[in-house]
Design a protein around this ligand. Sequence first.
Ligand code: ADE
Length: 224
Amino acid sequence: MKFNIITIFPKLLDSYLEEGILSRALAKKVIKIKTHDLRKWTKDKHRTVDDTPYGGGAGMLMKIEPLYKALQHIKKSSQKIEKKKKKIILLSASGKKWNQALAQKYSTLEDIVFICGRYEGVDWRIKEFIDEEVSIGDYVLTGGELAAMVIIDSITRLLPGSLGNENSVAEESHSKKNVGEYPQYTRPEEFKVGQKKYKVPPILLSGDHERIKEWRRKNQKIIK
Ligand code: ADE
């Protein structure tokens, strides 16, 4: 799976990709990530990527030409991929809400392009050149970069070879609708803070797998 990220802050994403599961997935070539500095597709001295909105109003908008040129450039590298295996996604607070079902669905794609919006938005003529507008939640971020990372992270961990234990994806919460994770504990059995003791539920130490299963089923946290 290849992720392309169009951004005015290409370095913003680097440190997150240097450690953990994503860095391992990159090293194992389960994923590829290419950041594209939007300013590369500007021609003026100041490398302008934004401008004021027609009709007035607060804030600045991202200009259409650099974005279009960036998309044209990226398209060349994904020419051989079938249309249904690739998507161009504009990240914005007003897009379709990201969730685990979409992560599952998009994990079958081969190439995703993210346009990270900044400022107050993007010249809306962009709609002709994207497949989806996606939001990661009902709040407004300063830009789409974090949203791109959230989406990349949630897709990557579903790809075969990215996690050590492939079962951890199948068993976890969200993989069955409305069913949550159960509470889990690890050593020590008894955790003391001053006089107070915090114990692991005894049943989990019983070795009785049937009863443990039943306990987990009863204690599942339901996702609304
Ligand atoms: N850009 C600004 N806010 C966003 C959000 N909630 N999701 C995706 N991109 C955004």
